[in-house]
Design a protein around this ligand. Structure first.
Ligand SMILES: Cc1ncc(COP(=O)(O)O)c(C=O)c1O
Length: 377
């Protein structure tokens, strides 16, 4: 069935005997057991019917064999990384969520996992970074915060040729716009805090996997490490998913309009948005997705101008995050990518004048008027 239909019916719980329209919220931390029998549910960390409904929905929406829900997007990223061992090596796209950079450079490095950062848009660079210790490639497309595009099918094919895994963080696109497992990826990770939840009122993460052997390994980590998503938050994400298509399609339409408007402003040095014809990765992006999404970044040149603009705008929420129904404006060098040393940020092209914009459901004319006023204030 079409993804629009799948999204609306996501999370209808197969085991429900009542025919309810909404998945029940099971808050119990444990479940009574028949002594000696193998119980379907035994303990809330190991499995919860509400969380399972979300996991099944995400597996279905992204064409995986299973999905696992975690207490945050970064818990999902870290749990996937925990499939690696001391001495292993991972090749990672350099323009990636700052929290993923932090966890790899500050935490996993302590445990002997080594990382090579590459421009994932350069397939030769990805290939050259692979060593005999490499176990996985991790990329984002579009990347965060520069919205760079990499060729997902080519990266997945390279990983498969080398006998390693291909992982991607699909937070910006969601299964509505991009299905990485169909392109050969082994794992697709989401911060469900963003478009899946959709209302900036829940923190959650999901990882969808393509194969039973990976599912087994990731379940072991979900249950063993225990960074599970609670039932209330699972319910919230499921509820968010059911309106994903309506929200994201409209947000994307508004984003296209705002990107075009910003691109024409003399104050803006560059707009990074794969919907614009001038975007260098547009052809590849159009081949692997069904839309440009609702997130962009734009460059005002320096920190002083970026800060002045943030102080002057009235409509957007100035905050860390994206994907809510309200427009969110963030300053990567001071917020999402503050953990990256300035030299590393600059090397990656994340200047102090760069702002990231997640376009919401407001009338874009109001946003344009607010931004226009902020530019002259
Ligand atoms: C692309 C991406 N991945 C992962 C995360 C981490 O998600 P969470 O904040 O839910 O832990 C974020 C958060 O901003 C993100 O933008």
């Amino acid at each position: 069935m079409d993804i629009l239909t799948e999204i609306v019916h996501a999370g209808m719980w197969d085991e429900d005997p009542t025919g309810t329209s909404s998945v029940p919220l099971f808050r119990g931390s444990t479940f009574s057991q028949e002594p000696g029998a193998q119980p379907r549910w035994d303990y809330g960390r190991s499995g919860n019917p509400t969380r399972a409904a979300l996991e099944q929905a995400m597996a279905k929406l992204e064409g995986g064999c299973a999905a696992y829900a975690f207490s945050s997007g970064i818990a999902a990223v870290n749990s996937v990384l925990m499939m690696l061992s001391t001495g292993d090596h991972v090749v990672v796209g350099e323009d990636i969520y700052g929290g993923t950079y932090r966890t790899l450079s500050l935490l996993f490095s302590r445990w002997g996992l080594s990382t090579t950062w590459v421009d994932a848009a350069d397939l030769d660079a990805v290939k050259a970074a692979i060593t005999d210790k490499t176990r996985a490639i991790l990329v984002e497309s579009p990347s965060n915060p520069l919205l760079r595009i990499c060729d997902l099918a080519a990266i997945a094919a390279l990983a498969r040729e080398k006998g390693i895994q291909a992982w991607t963080d699909n937070t910006f696109q969601t299964p509505l716009l991009q299905r990485p497992l169909d392109l050969g990826f082994h794992v697709s990770i989401h911060s469900a805090t963003k478009f899946l939840g959709g209302h900036s009122d829940v923190v959650a993460g999901v990882a969808v996997v393509s194969e039973d052997s990976i599912a087994k390994e990731l379940y072991k980590i979900q249950n063993g490490f225990g960074a599970i998503l609670g039932p209330d938050d699972s319910w919230m994400v499921l509820r968010g998913i059911r309106t994903l298509a309506a929200r994201l399609r409209m947000q994307q339409e508004h984003a296209m309009r705002i990107a075009t408007w910003l691109d024409a402003r003399p104050e803006v040095l560059a707009v990074h948005y794969p919907g614009l014809a001038s975007h260098p990765g547009k052809d590849i992006h159009d081949r692997q997705t069904t839309g440009p999404g609702a997130v962009m970044s734009f460059d005002l040149g320096d920190a002083h101008k970026a800060e002045a603009f943030l102080r002057a705008v009235e409509l957007p929420l100035t905050a860390v995050s994206l994907g809510g129904i309200e427009t969110i404006l963030s300053w990567p060098c001071r917020m999402s990518h503050a953990s990256m040393p300035p030299a590393e940020r600059l090397r990656r092209g994340i200047g102090d004048g760069l702002l990231r914009l997640s376009v919401g459901l407001e009338n874009p004319s109001d946003l344009e008027a607010d931004f226009a006023a902020a530019f002259v204030r």
